[in-house]
Design a protein around this ligand. Structure first.
Ligand code: ACO
Length: 385
């Protein structure tokens, strides 16, 4: 009976459903965001990312993702107040951040702190919007606190007169944030706030689908974002640009990397078969923010696309969001190993919106696997092996 059930499952899994990496599989319905990878279009709840990028703030976008529509001025004010009120870490989380060795990767510090936050805040049961707001408010605090501690500096208190993005920059540096840095980082946070069924969001939804709690789903999402094939490519793109060093070295470096089976960080995407629309925006922002860094990155980009086309014909590998993110984040003074955690500062809005959406209409996510092991082996007891 058990074998019959397994065989039936394998047949189902074998009938066109065994897509490596779940490519092309629709795993959920969502009204939060949509990626049209052929057209290079991204919308949040119907609004084009090109329009949202410079005309909105991160707080407005968080409202849009969570509540399904753009806020009025007073609704935005209320959300800003809620976010400000939640800018505090439980004493236990602070103690854990203090106990971490300074060489801890900030993404690991974030993962550990969010897990502890869930425990100290006793986050249990069905995810709520209040939990989403509270955790979103805490991400910049966690990272800036850890950044100050590992430098041997005293963590700073949040400033009530600063918005979410400006306060993050202030907490990191202790300096009055420059208006152009706040604007640049805010547009970055807007553009990276959500991206449909990417790997980390899928992970969050899988955990939420087991009726687990919001903090646990977010910890899992952080773990998925960390990998260099996903958000970890933000740091790696910067490392790649540093390793190339000069425009003259770009082509030989790219060819040698591809010839040895390496990947060019910040290029290629599962969904986009054309340039990522966020990369287009970030390219223009990088041009204004750091003309020297931009000129070099642009040369690397042109060569990378040309050599990828030559060596990987038909794969349609273009610039993704992480390539110019590196130039932009560098220009606003974010340390390289905080690039991917800063990606998480944006994506927490999308993750929590998806967790709430999943919880509101839940069914356990539990796919099949196509079994490739032996069907039936005679068991040999330990003393006879
Ligand atoms: N450099 C070199 N070759 C690449 C790259 C790249 N960046 N991306 C894909 N390829 C090649 C693969 O080697 C493969 O070649 P093959 O057919 O000869 O075997 C082919 O293109 C298809 O690659 P897959 O891995 O099957 O494509 P997939 O859709 O699974 O990968 C991914 C998407 C993981 C993003 C990939 O393009 C990649 O590794 N890019 C570099 C890392 C990166 O920038 N990640 C950030 C993505 S954006 C984000 O998550 C926020």
């Amino acid at each position: 009976m058990a074998e019959q059930t397994m065989t039936a499952g394998n047949e189902a899994a074998g009938k066109g459903q065994n897509k490596a990496g779940l490519e092309g599989i629709v795993a959920a319905t969502t009204a939060i965001s949509n990626v049209d990878g052929q057209a290079g279009r991204l919308v949040y709840r119907g609004y084009d990312i090109h329009e949202l990028a410079h005309a909105t703030t991160f707080e407005e976008i968080a409202f849009l993702l969570w509540f399904g529509r753009l806020p009025t001025r007073s609704e935005l004010g209320e959300l800003q107040v809620s976010l400000r009120e939640q800018r505090q870490l439980p004493a236990g989380v602070l103690a854990i951040l203090r106990a971490l060795p300074p060489e801890t990767a900030p993404m690991d510090a974030l993962r550990t702190a969010v897990s502890a936050w869930g425990m100290y805040r006793n986050v249990q049961g069905t995810p709520t919007i209040e939990q989403a707001i509270a955790l979103t408010a805490c991400f910049p605090l966690i990272l800036a606190t850890f950044q100050r501690l590992r430098q041997g500096s005293v963590p700073l208190e949040s400033r009530a007169d600063l918005g979410h993005t400006a306060n993050y920059l202030y907490l990191l540096t202790g300096q009055e944030p420059k208006a152009e840095h706040v604007k640049g980082l805010d547009a970055y946070l807007v553009m990276l706030a959500d991206h449909s069924m990417n790997a980390s969001t899928f992970t969050a939804r899988v955990v939420a689908s087991t009726a687990s709690d919001l903090a646990s789903a977010v910890v899992a999402a952080i773990c998925a974002l960390k990998g260099p094939l996903h958000g970890g490519a933000a740091d790696k793109s910067q490392e790649m640009l540093a390793a190339i060093g000069t425009a003259g070295n770009a082509e030989p470096w790219i060819r040698a990397t591809l010839a040895s089976g390496g990947r060019l960080m910040g290029f290629g995407h599962r969904a986009y078969k054309t340039t990522d629309p966020r990369a287009e925006e970030l390219r223009e922002m990088a041009r204004l923010a750091d003309p020297v860094g931009f000129t070099f990155a642009r040369r690397v980009e042109e060569l990378a696309i040309a050599v990828l086309e030559e060596t990987k014909p038909g794969r349609r590998l273009y610039t993704n969001v992480d390539f110019y993110s590196a130039v932009l984040l560098n220009s606003v003074g974010i340390p390289v190993d905080l690039f991917t955690p800063t990606f998480a500062v944006a994506r927490i809005a999308g993750w929590t919106a998806h967790i709430l959406e999943q919880a509101a209409n839940n069914r356990l996510i539990r796919p099949l696997a196509a079994y490739t092991g032996p069907a039936s082996l005679p068991f040999v007891p330990l003393d006879q092996r």
